[in-house]
Write a protein that binds this ligand. Structure first.
Ligand code: HEM
Length: 385
């Protein structure tokens, strides 16, 4: 079997194989780029000031300075943090309406999207047509990766419509500013002075943040559900608290595939010479499955998170200057979601396995989730496992 086919069949196993054969701490990916496979080297790279002197590539060219990037990240994080009770309320409604069997990851995508929608665009302050458009665009490939070429072409049309509607909304909001951010759009607006960031760039940033929030949350929720169900098949409730399941799923199957950095100047790493501008990546998956860092790294063991000293280098949210701004709130939202899904309910899956499908990152292959009601252990709904 050729390298590309082997990679497609099981990308994580494939890069694990490359790592095992490497003696230099660096591997070459099938498309030619290099990835650091040694966990210590990966951690050093993510923290190296020389690799982080300018702006983060995460925002592309939408913002003028690194300071503006940090301000947008923090403002969006603050809105999400304040919106946790709203997320919980929508989650409770959505889970009640969920059928006893559902196809994942699509159902998880819809669930997360529904619960975040009111935080992305405030329901009262945003015209219903714009909110509807954002919802339709999300379902038609603007947010989640569309597998087929024609779907991706169609997504571009929806994206253009959405950006146009959001640009108009930004114009309106800039004419009538409010004190406190009501949603992610206000948060981005508040961090972007009109003289420096155009209405259209704010609209583009909103679409970008929409994806940056919903896509990794959905994939990580799907992995949490799948991995816990595959590793606990008994009729009893899961033996782990939801936050430990989430944390272990984020370690075992980190959704971010590669964290890429532009090489700032000619340098040699692991015997390979890089020129300024070349890309060098770090793989959260390889780092989290490094035996020097983690005991029994290939085992799914949520309980490791209650054991002091069993935590190696954890980089699902990156590390160093460009770390994810939403890491803490993301873990809260994931824990809330898993808690709601398992409340007085036994979860089981059919058809799932631990191989990743490559989309915008590592996402689980399709599986069916069955939810079976269980009598409440306390006689009433505690909301916590
Ligand atoms: C499970 C969910 C999430 C995962 C796995 C995740 C992961 C990541 C990763 C890997 C990066 C890039 C780090 C790097 O290049 O070193 C990143 C950047 C970022 N993420 Fe997240 N993220 C998640 C959710 C969120 C949420 C909910 C927000 C909302 C505030 C958010 C906001 C950001 C921002 C603003 C950046 C850019 C940081 C910067 O360059 O200053 N993320 N995220």
């Amino acid at each position: 079997m050729g390298d590309k086919r082997r990679f497609r069949r099981d990308p994580l196993e494939y890069i694990d194989g490359l790592r095992r054969r490497s003696t230099t701490g660096i591997i070459q990916l099938p498309w030619g780029e290099y990835c650091v496979s040694d966990a210590d080297l990966a951690h050093r790279l993510l923290r190296d000031p020389e690799f982080h002197a300018g702006k983060s590539d995460f925002f592309g060219e939408l913002l003028p300075t690194r300071e503006a990037q940090v301000a947008v990240g923090h403002a969006v994080r603050d809105v999400l943090r304040a919106g946790v009770p709203q997320y919980q309320a929508e989650l409770a409604r959505a889970v009640t309406e969920m059928s006893s069997t559902s196809r994942w990851p699509e159902s998880g995508n819809r669930l997360v999207h529904r619960c975040v929608a009111g935080l992305l665009l405030h329901p009262v302050s945003t015209p219903a047509a714009t909110r509807r458009l954002a919802d339709q665009a999300a379902r038609r490939g603007v947010v989640f990766h569309a597998p087929r070429m024609w779907q991706r072409v169609r997504a571009e049309v929806w994206r253009a419509r959405l950006v146009a509607a959001l640009t108009e909304e930004v114009r309106q909001r800039r004419e009538h500013p409010v004190g406190q951010a009501r949603d992610v759009l206000d948060a981005v607006l508040g961090a972007c002075p009109p003289a420096e960031v155009s209405d259209r760039a704010v609209a583009e940033l909103h679409v970008m943040m929409h994806r940056a929030i919903v896509v990794p949350l959905s994939a990580s929720l799907a992995w949490s559900v799948l991995l816990a169900c595959l590793h606990h098949t008994a009729d009893s409730p899961w033996p782990w608290p939801a936050d430990q399941v989430v944390r272990e799923a984020l370690r075992h199957r980190p959704m971010p595939w590669m964290l890429a950095r532009g090489v700032p100047c000619p340098v040699e790493v692991g015997g390979v010479a890089f020129q300024a501008g070349d890309l060098l990546s770090v793989s959260p998956y390889l780092t989290h499955h490094d035996e020097q860092q983690w005991s029994d790294p290939d085992a799914f063991r949520p309980e490791r998170w209650q054991e002091p000293g069993d935590h190696g280098c954890f980089i699902t949210f990156g590390a160093g200057p460009f770390t994810c701004a939403g890491a803490a709130v993301a873990q809260t939202l994931l824990t809330e979601s898993l808690t709601a899904l398992t409340r007085d309910t036994r979860l089981s899956v059919t058809g799932g396995d631990t191989r990743a499908a490559m989309a915008e990152g590592n996402v689980p292959r399709p599986f069916t989730l069955c939810r079976t009601p269980m009598p409440s252990r306390t006689g009433h709904n505690t909301g916590r496992r």
